[in-house]
Design a binder for this molecule. Structure first.
Ligand code: ATP
Length: 309
């Protein structure tokens, strides 16, 4: 069983369902209000655990009911929360999502306790990191924390996986040099490389540029088109499985959690792992919600046996 450590964010997602977005100064009524666990870190940790890995999450929540909710969600999906700490005086991270009837959204994030995660928190988890197969992080917690996590991972020859989301323009060189595998979606790859991604040629161009930044292994996810793999051994597009998408929230997080759970530490099986991860995320997008929609390892295995891709 793989041992995965995810360093990252957790949020409570509150969605206000509206007919149309309000204009500046306008007051409108919500059609419905729903709440769910979210945050890229928590989603990826849950996906890795559901994908069959022994998964630990390093995060901070507030001393509030949202924090207790996040902890109970993580535990219910099998994530080890020993390193999820409670911060007094800060609220749990919260994403406020407006979702209109056309399926468009706009989101305001209150990082809350996520930004309290510190270098000291990572140092306190050095033993855990040293015993893991891979460390995953993103950009919803402080950058210096990501760098420290990857420094410790490399000190102990542990694989580092960077999901550069949400997109930032100037990723510190120090972090890129510590990254074994980068997994942007097409938008994030575009922001990092300055290449507008429209087809396989531009995916290859962007991958080459990412290799040029010192990263040996690249996977760019491209929504319903699939994912582009570029390593020393493999250079190819893995098409997505065809499904009727109901809610694509968390597709990338599901893909990454399952990819990391299947991936050998020498990346030798990256194509098989990506196909399995694509199958997992195709199931996730065909169901509502982010965390509840993530399938289990057995569901994905069963779906792999069916000829419906
Ligand atoms: P999100 O931000 O919504 O979590 P993302 O932009 O990070 O997602 P995507 O590139 O949209 O990630 O999707 C990740 C993977 O999920 C894709 O490579 C593909 O395998 C699968 N996927 C996404 N959308 C679909 C879809 N509509 N149908 C089938 N598979 C999909």
């Amino acid at each position: 069983m793989k041992k995965i450590v995810v360093v990252g964010s957790s949020n409570v997602d509150t969605t206000l369902h509206v007919k149309d977005f309000p204009k500046p100064g306008e007051t409108i009524n919500a059609l419905d209000i729903t709440s769910a666990g979210g945050g890229k870190g928590a989603n990826q940790a849950i996906a890795a655990a559901k994908g069959g890995s022994d998964t630990n999450f390093i995060n901070r929540v507030g001393e509030d009911s949202d924090g207790r909710f996040i902890l109970s969600q993580l535990k219910s999906y099998g994530v080890d929360t020993t390193y999820v700490q409670t911060t007094s005086g800060k609220n749990t991270g919260h994403a406020y999502i407006n979702l209109n009837e056309a399926g468009q959204n706009n989101i305001i994030i209150d990082h809350g306790a996520n930004y309290e995660l510190s270098i000291e928190d990572i140092d306190a988890a050095e033993d855990l990191i040293s015993e893991s197969d891979a460390v995953i992080t993103q950009f919803e917690t402080p950058l210096d924390v990501a760098i420290e996590a990857f420094k410790l991972a490399k000190k102990h020859a542990v694989v580092t996986i960077l999901n550069p989301a949400p997109a930032i323009e100037n990723i510190p060189n120090e972090l890129l040099k510590l990254t074994d595998l980068i997994t942007p979606n097409e938008t994030e790859a575009g922001v990092i490389t300055g290449i507008e991604i429209s087809d396989e040629t531009s995916l290859k161009e962007a991958s080459d540029k990412l290799h040029g930044l010192g990263i040996e292994n690249v996977v760019i996810t491209n929504g319903a088109k699939g994912s582009y793999l570029s390593t020393k051994k493999v250079e190819k597009m893995v098409p997505a499985f065809k499904v009727e998408a109901v809610d694509t929230t968390g597709a990338g997080d599901t893909f990454l959690g399952f990819l990391a759970s299947q991936l050998e530490t020498d990346f030798s099986n990256i194509e098989e792992a990506a196909i399995f991860a694509s199958r997992a995320s195709s199931i996730a997008v065909s169901r509502l919600g982010a965390q509840p929609s993530i399938p289990t390892f057995n569901e994905v295995k069963e779906a792999m046996g069916k000829n419906n891709g």
